[in-house]
Design a protein around this ligand. Structure first.
Ligand code: NAD
Ligand code: MG
Length: 420
């Protein structure tokens, strides 16, 4: 764990108090996925605390213009555009503006930004399997990893946890539910939950935009309708995941790896107000919850400053204005994704890799207007049924299973589109 960046007051030899500048350390941050929703919220928090944080590296996929603007504001030493043409474009833009930053590209560039020797904390906020290698590299390099990229953990939980232990890294959850659980559990994280008296982890879920709609009525929903989340503003992939509730499915598996919790100890409850971000129940009947307005700057600020607390720009919670907090059991007929995720976790081995790959393919096809909404979970179920789970042998195996599942998903999507 890195020392807190705040200046501490220490008694001097003359017995007066002075600033201990030797202990003052600015945290140097890598933001992987800087142009995305989490990336932008991270930059918002970082800019509020120039005395604590300095952005060292930034990465994005294709939006060179947006990254050029971020370079102007944040003056990183190194940046990466995953896409080669976008990297060339960024180099030209930076030269025109007279901004000096090393421009890298491709997977190696992402890894170089994640493992840069000056970087203390890595915000892992690339969406999907594309973030796996850079997140893993940050863990192996012993960084403090602020994990938003839940897909990486779903695909390769055992490998990431092993890399964290071997690399001496610190993992801090950014997903609001897991950050809430972390706060309710601390300081017992990843200890044996039973010996610490934990009975259950209760993940809350808003239920997404279609919570109260009859399943039949969802056949023709458009990508824009699915992305119009009632409580959170997020990237399009995770917004669709919230609409199908696969987001909660992925979060069940994420909780399993983050907290070492068995399947039976992880429950989901629908909570439409999205104020209680999750809960931990102890064996004495105590239930500890973390509450706050639905704004990702809270978990981001918590993890950036951990173990300190810093201002995040999030408004105070106005409970009288909210009025009431409601909780319901999830309907797994309406939302089969939760059942599929529990089944994949139970099957273990490569099953969660297949679940994630099929989901990424189906969501991309839905977002491009091809696959109907209700077919997303049908495609995932077909692909899971067509691939027998096996033990995971290493990262190359994870990537091979990911490719195989994407091929199976492409076939299942093609069939579903033909039936349309
Ligand atoms: P987003 O789509 O808004 O941003 C994704 C970022 O990843 C962008 O910067 C994009 O340039 C980059 N990217 C996409 N494809 C890439 C590729 N092939 N190579 C390199 N970079 C690539 O997504 P988001 O909503 O910010 O979500 C990011 C991650 O955080 C996801 O894993 C999501 O599940 C998780 N998360 C998001 C939220 C939220 O509120 N947005 C909450 C919890 C967890
Ligand atoms: Mg979440």
């Amino acid at each position: 764990m890195h020392s807190s960046p705040s200046c501490r007051l220490r008694p001097s030899s003359t017995n007066t108090w002075r600033l201990d500048l030797a202990n003052a350390k600015i945290k140097r941050i890598a933001i992987l996925g800087a142009t995305g929703s989490i990336g932008q919220s991270t930059i918002d928090v970082v800019l509020r605390h120039p005395d604590r944080f300095k952005v060292e590296t930034l990465t994005a996929n294709t939006n060179a213009h947006q990254l050029a603007v971020l370079c102007e504001v944040l003056s990183p030493s190194t940046v990466c555009m995953a896409d080669g043409e976008a990297a060339a474009q960024l180099s030209r833009l930076l030269e025109k503006k007279g901004i000096r930053a090393e421009v890298l590209t491709g997977e190696e560039g992402l890894i170089a930004c994640a493992t840069h020797p000056s970087v203390d904390s890595v915000m892992a906020a690339i969406v999907g399997a594309a973030g796996l290698k850079s997140t893993l590299a940050a863990c192996q390099a012993g960084k403090t990893v602020l994990l938003a990229n839940k897909e990486a953990l779903v695909m390769s939980g055992a490998l990431l946890i092993e890399a964290i232990q071997q690399g001496g890294a610190t993992l801090l959850p950014i997903d609001s539910e897991h950050n809430a659980i972390f706060q309710c559990l601390a300081p017992h994280t990843r200890a044996d939950l039973r010996s610490k008296g934990v009975r259950r982890i209760i993940l809350t879920a808003s239920g997404g935009p279609f919570r109260t709609r009859a399943r039949d009525s969802l056949a023709r929903v458009t990508p824009d309708e699915a992305c119009a989340h009632p409580k959170w503003v997020m990237g399009r992939k995770i917004s669709v995941d919230s609409a199908t509730m696969m987001n909660k499915g992925l979060e069940i598996i994420e909780a399993h790896w983050l907290f070492g919790a068995p399947r039976e100890q992880i429950e989901v409850v629908i909570h439409p107000q999205s104020v209680v971000h999750s809960m931990v129940e102890y064996v004495d009947g105590s239930v500890i919850a973390q509450l706050g307005n639905p704004d990702m700057r809270t978990p981001i600020a918590h993890a950036l400053a951990f173990p300190d607390r810093i201002e995040s720009g999030v408004e105070s919670l106005n409970l009288p204005a909210i009025g009431g907090l409601n909780f319901e059991k999830p309907d797994t007929n309406q939302f089969p994704a939760i059942r599929l995720a529990y089944e994949a976790l139970q099957a273990g081995g490569t099953a969660p890799i297949v679940l994630n790959a099929a989901n990424e393919m189906a969501v991309a096809s839905f977002l491009s207007g091809k696959l109907p909404f209700l077919a997303i979970t049908q495609v995932i179920e077909n692909v899971l049924q067509g691939s027998a789970p096996e033990p995971v042998s290493g990262i190359e195996h994870v990537l091979a299973v990911d490719s195989m599942a994407r091929e199976l998903a492409a076939i299942a999507i093609q069939r579903a589109c033909e039936r349309r």
